[in-house]
Ligand binder design. Structure first.
Ligand SMILES: [Zn+2]
Length: 141
């Protein structure tokens, strides 16, 4: 879904989100693909086009998130809400693997979001491995 966003709103979101994906923390510099603006509550579910309902997301996270707001926690097998970058803290739900290539879910919300958004897909794992070799450190929030 493409929605018009005023430049001032885009700039506020980019600044607040440190110009990186709110889900997997990938930057444009690392992905080589322009960021998208994700409606946390999708437009199809009456989500507003406002700062509180928008966040930066890499194309991969945004496309796999689609218009869902819940997913299954692969550990417990229960449906849970996806991570909300505006109301929840990244480090309370996710952590980096020791080698810095994988995002690990710490909670049901984190695990369900990692799984639904394919945050550890093979392509990004390889890319993160290259970033680590080049001295990149996984960001924290
Ligand atoms: Zn992402």
């Amino acid at each position: 879904m493409s929605t018009y966003l005023p430049e001032s709103l885009k700039n506020r979101i980019v600044f607040a989100d440190f110009a990186r994906c709110c889900y997997c923390l990938t930057t444009e510099a690392n992905s080589g693909i322009p960021m998208t603006y994700d409606h946390i509550l999708p437009v199809s579910k009456n989500g507003e086009t406002s700062y509180d309902n928008l966040c930066l997301a890499c194309r991969t996270c945004n496309e796999f998130k689609g218009d869902v707001t819940e997913a299954i926690d692969p550990l417990l097998g229960e449906t849970t809400a996806l991570f909300n970058p505006r109301t929840q803290k990244w480090s309370e739900h996710f952590a980096w693997s020791l080698d810095g290539t994988r995002v690990e879910g710490l909670t049901a919300v984190g695990r369900a979001t990692v799984a639904r958004l394919r945050m550890n897909n093979p392509v990004i794992i390889v890319a993160r491995g290259r970033w680590v070799i080049s001295g990149w450190h996984p960001p924290k929030d």
